[in-house]
Design a binder for this molecule. Sequence first.
Ligand code: AMP
Length: 481
Amino acid sequence: MSDFSSLGLSDWLIQQCKQMGINKPTPVQQSCVPAILEGRDCMGCAKTGSGKTAAFVLPVLQKLSEDPYGIFCLVLTPTRELAYQIAEQFRVLGKPLGLRDCIVVGGMDMVAQALELSKKPHVVVATPGRLADHIRSSNTFSMNKIRFLILDEADRLLEQGCTDFTKDLEVILGAVPAQRQTLLFSATLTDTLQELKTIAMNRPFFWESKSEVRTVEELDQRYILTPEKVKDAYLVHLIQKFQDDHEDWSIMIFTSTCKNCQILNMMLREFKFPSVALHSMMKQKQRFANLAKFKSSVFKILIATDVASRGLDIPTVQVVINHNTPGLPKTYIHRVGRTARAGRNGVAITLVTQYDIHLVHAIEEQIQTKLKEFSVKESEVLNILTQVNVTRRECEIKLESTDFDEKKEINKRKQLILEGKDPDLEAKRKAELEKIRKDKKLFKAKIQKKQDMLKKKKHQQKNEIKVLQIKRKKKTVKANN
Ligand code: AMP
């Protein structure tokens, strides 16, 4: 493997890497840094944890040092936590430059952000929604001179998932100059490759990690087949086991909904486990505080929804537990990528019910690896089953007595208003659609019933004819005799 100087990076940057403990470039850095320094657009598809952030931070800093001005570089990323993480790498590596950065994410004071933007920071790291809001509402800053536009977790930014960024991206792309370098990075780029190619058009350099396997070798990937009702008992048992065996390990648990995340956190705390939650229904300050507590190992367990599945780099995470089997292989890849980072070992355990087996097959096909069974003493799990399930029920009741569902409804309405939709009208439309769907289903069932009856009748008639024919035959035989 070559060193950083052979990639064309300046001494001060190499020195800065050394200070961070980074001595040799990783493959994604080795391939992408020279192409970016050459002035080409770049699309990097690298395994999560393979050093892709530094692969764009280093060449941007080098170019910035040659011609420093603000706003020089804009980085877009799907989650607020990732924005802070990326800004941190810019800050540490760009320290000798006196780098000024600005983080623009939702849930934080908009006026303070606008003021910071007006001071022309070198680098802006943003989530698309909030930045688009600033562009729409303010003329105190300009991005028409940026040299670099970077889309981190680019496929997530472009896909139309639960948070659709496409409208905000349109606003942002309209505010940045056409003459720029565009860099796109993710662990799972290939699904949205065509759309991405329309964004990066300047002789794009495409780099994909050579290995067919989309997860790192250091990751031990396991599953536990369990009935739905025993899942929580397995979870509690696993945590107990890991905590007994490894005092210094941190565990990330992924679950599908904010509500389940909240309930699991309450439940684990009842069992005196040091856990915190992270999901999008929480206030932003609480989100950061919880993540900070987990990062500093004050709390060893983080229960999260997929807001935390991408990019977060927390070296102490040795275990990822999927409380639900992810519906999409790429969600699995991002989740398990929270451990076994930068050459370290890690284990990922997925709780699989009988209804999820097809999902596991899809995951295995995508990662080109078979998940192995994680062996557990079933008797130990069954011993705690009743206690765990009773505790969960108690936590559910406790949560129901708070206004969690109500808050969720309010958040949904807020989101619709922000999207320029009328929440009541949307609810009406949804109810109408639901009614149409129901009516259709009823109609289909009715027709099916009628068809079944007709079939039955026909069958009966056929039988009756047969009986008549036999009788007639018998009669004629008798008459002939
Ligand atoms: P990323 O894939 O950007 O999230 O990076 C994962 C981790 O790898 C981070 O903690 C980086 O500091 C670390 N890292 C980045 N580049 C290197 C390198 N060349 N050698 C060792 N560690 C690195």
